[in-house]
Each structure stands twice: as structure tokens, then as C-alpha cells.
Design a protein around this ligand. Structure first.
Ligand code: FES
Ligand code: FES
Length: 156
């Protein structure tokens, strides 16, 4: 059984000794205690488990840890710097875009990934990126406001 011995997560090289076929989500949550990344559907349908892999939003539940062993993984835990929230986190807070909050880390990582690559996204690009994210609480009105706020900040 192939194993991996190291993962690059949030700027650190983390030693591991685990089955390369395990999901990235399982390793992040259960081995590395990075529980900000959420388990929603476990089947690639909701995007609650989104992290950045070399800067690209990626559903970690359907990504084997072996396939990303040489890549840089960024989770929600790495967004705030020196006690200051990332602007996208701030936008969600300002718009009070939370009910249970379970979908929000994945939404934030998806939006951060988009804005990092495309600081001035079109509405169509925002929609195309964010329509992969499901909110079981149907908190979409405030989530859309937060996305608009974050995109407007990026544009300015
Ligand atoms: S938990 Fe990964 S897509 Fe739903
Ligand atoms: S706020 Fe509850 S799932 Fe989105």
C-alpha cells in the first residue's frame, strides 16, 4: 500500500506516515486537527471541504492525500495573520453571513482562491466559482452580500 511521509500545510512541512489513498479531508481533520475544514456530503457535491491546493480551490473530500503530497495546501486556519482576519473573512462577518456557519469556511476558501487569481472578477466568474457551494441553512441572501462586499473590496 503506498504511503506518504510528508505534507506541506499552511507553510509548514508536516511529517506523516499514512496511506496515500486516504482523503485529504480526513488527514487534515483527524491527523492534523485542522477541523476548520468541514465534512459535508463527503461526495464532492457541497464544497464545504474546500481548501487551496497550490492556490486552487479544491474539494478535499474527493482528493487523495497522495495526489497532493508535493503541493502547498492552505486551510482556513492560515487566513488570519497576526490576529487580523483576511478581508474575505471580514466581509462575511460584516454581513453577518452565518446561520450554523458550517458551509462558511469552504465558501471563504473558494472566494479567496478566486480573488487571489482574479482580483477583479466579473459577476459571471463569481457566480461560476461560488455556485458549487451549498448552504443547508439557505443563508444565501447574506452570503451573496458578503461575496459582493469582498469582491468590491478586491476591486477597489
Ligand atoms: S464535503 Fe466535500 S464536497 Fe461536500
Ligand atoms: S450557514 Fe448553515 S450550512 Fe450554511
Amino acid at each position: 500500500m503506498p504511503t506518504i511521509t510528508e505534507l506541506r500545510v499552511n507553510g509548514n512541512k508536516v511529517p506523516l506516515n499514512t496511506d496515500a489513498e486516504r482523503s485529504l479531508l480526513e488527514v487534515l481533520r483527524e491527523d492534523l486537527d485542522l477541523t476548520g475544514t468541514k465534512y459535508g456530503c463527503g461526495a464532492g457535491d457541497c464544497s464545504a471541504c474546500t481548501v487551496l491546493v497550490d492556490g486552487t480551490p479544491t474539494r478535499s473530500c474527493i482528493t487523495s492525500v497522495g495526489s497532493v503530497a508535493s503541493k502547498e495546501i492552505t486551510t482556513i486556519e492560515a487566513l488570519a495573520k497576526n490576529g487580523t482576519l483576511h478581508p474575505v473573512q471580514e466581509a462575511f462577518l460584516k454581513e453577518n453571513a452565518f446561520q450554523c456557519g458550517y458551509c462558511i469556511p469552504g465558501m471563504i476558501m473558494g472566494l479567496v482562491g478566486l480573488l487571489d487569481k482574479k482580483p477583479v472578477p466579473t459577476d459571471a466568474e463569481i457566480l461560476s466559482r461560488m455556485d458549487r457551494h451549498l448552504c443547508r441553512c439557505c443563508g444565501y441572501p447574506s452570503i451573496v452580500k458578503a461575496i459582493r462586499r469582498a469582491a468590491a473590496q478586491a476591486r477597489s
